[in-house]
Design a binder for this molecule. Structure first.
Ligand SMILES: NC(=O)c1ccc[n+]([C@@H]2O[C@H](COP(=O)([O-])OP(=O)(O)OC[C@H]3O[C@@H](n4cnc5c(N)ncnc54)[C@H](O)[C@@H]3O)[C@@H](O)[C@H]2O)c1
Ligand SMILES: [Zn+2]
Length: 382
């Protein structure tokens, strides 16, 4: 059943040019066509829905039905969209479909899927005819709270992840929490790491709220979609989207403030790379990266052991890994030097100073980094 727009909570991404709404609410998928109409797309406008086989099976027909009910000229392209298929070759398939279906300047691509689909469909939209409209309909927790909002699009190069890309803001982000019902639990937990990240970098009420929820139900904590429940899910999606929207609006092209979103990602990428892509999901590696950043911040006297313990407890409650295999210090340092976040040879770390606040530092010495990674390699303290 279509959802009345009033039952969707809307968060504005307040960009100077082309601001756009993030609309969140259970059942939102059924209002996709209507929401697109409300953004000024006329009946008859061409819409290409890009999705992957799993998501197409669950939600493709519902998305298409909503678009057609709104009079939009919709068709669907199903692409394979594993991380290893996030390549220019797959984007070329989207371009081929755009050509075959004669997409024009006023046409629209709808990205229906996780971050991989969102990044590729967004990049195809950014580059087709030098930019057509894109609407993001994220279907993973990670994409809902992070990838779908902010306009970063792109694909991987053999030399590294996301090396090819463009900024291309969507016209609308439509988040339907009910779509998470079919998401594998491990993917859900990985997304929760990014939610916890928002708490640490700038939203201490969100952090406290998560802590309370975790304590209320120690059985499932935050580790299960069913354990989290609909009201908490709606709330944490709203807070996370608002956090991302604020940072993006203040720094659309990652000049400064937006770098704080990389909290946990510097050493997280090291973990992903050295342990082999696929060993840890991105969010799992980010959780470990946040713990490592916390250790560094403790060692530098920036934040307290008790705050690090709170961060650790929340990451544990989300069912995320707390330890990693021992990594060779030289390999860690080499890998950091290859990271995109290096400026003038210095590695920039986002480090916590309190729950809800972080600083960026480029003066972390090698011994401190090594000690932080070692601390996570030790058996977990009970
Ligand atoms: N653009 C950005 O700002 C940004 C930010 C963070 C991450 N990313 C990118 O996002 C990607 C990771 O995204 P992800 O974590 O969403 O992974 P993903 O897109 O690979 O999806 C994870 C898995 O879940 C499946 N899936 C998706 N939705 C489902 C649903 N509702 N029900 C059942 N299965 C479902 C997918 O088929 C896939 O197997 C990475 O490529 C990363 O670089 C981009
Ligand atoms: Zn991330």
């Amino acid at each position: 059943m279509p959802v009345a727009p009033s039952t969707l909570r809307t968060i504005e991404v307040a960009l100077a040019q082309n601001p756009y709404p993030v609309a969140i609410g259970s059942g939102a998928l059924e209002s996709l066509g209507e929401q697109i109409g409300a953004r000024g797309f006329r009946p008859g406008a061409k819409v290409l829905v890009v999705t992957n086989p799993v998501v197409a099976e669950h939600y493709g027909a519902r998305a298409a039905a909503s678009l057609k009910a709104a009079g939009l000229d919709a068709s669907t392209l199903v692409i394979e969209a594993g991380e290893d298929q996030k390549t220019p070759a797959t984007v070329a398939l989207i371009h081929d479909a755009a050509f075959e279906r004669r997409l024009e300047r006023g046409s629209l691509i709808v990205a229906l899927g996780g971050g991989v689909v969102g990044d590729m469909a967004g990049f195809a939209a950014a580059t087709w005819l030098r930019g057509i409209f894109v609407v993001q309909v994220p279907t993973t927790l990670l994409a809902m709270v992070d990838a779908a909002i902010g306009g970063k699009t792109g694909v991987n190069h053999p030399g590294g992840k996301n090396l090819i890309g463009a900024f291309h803001q969507p016209s609308l982000v439509l988040i339907d929490p009910a779509l998470l019902a079919t998401l594998p639990e491990r993917e859900f937990r990985a997304g929760m790491a990014e939610v916890i990240k928002y708490g640490v970098i700038g939203d201490s009420p969100l952090f406290s709220y998560l802590e309370t929820a975790a304590q209320r139900d120690p059985q499932t904590g935050l580790a299960s979609r069913n354990g989290v429940g609909a009201p908490l899910l709606q709330r944490l999606l709203e807070r996370s989207a608002a956090a991302k929207a604020r940072v993006v609006a203040a720094d659309e092209r990652e000049g400064g403030l937006r770098a704080i979103l990389n909290y946990g990602h510097t050493l997280g990428h090291v973990v992903e790379t050295l342990c082999g892509y696929g060993t840890y999901l991105h969010g799992e590696a980010v959780g470990l990266g946040m713990l490592a950043a916390g250790e560094i911040a403790c060692a530098m006297g920036l934040w307290s052991r008790s705050e690090q313990d709170r961060q650790r407890a929340l990451i544990a409650a989300a069912g995320l890994p707390l330890t990693l295999p021992l990594l060779a210090p030289e390999a860690v340092l080499d890998c950091l030097q290859g990271d995109k976040k290096v400026r003038n040879g210095k590695v920039r770390f986002v480090l916590p100073t309190a729950i809800g606040s972080v600083v960026i530092r480029d003066d972390v010495d090698a011994a401190t980094i090594t000690a932080a990674m070692d601390a996570l390699s030790a058996p977990a303290a009970s």
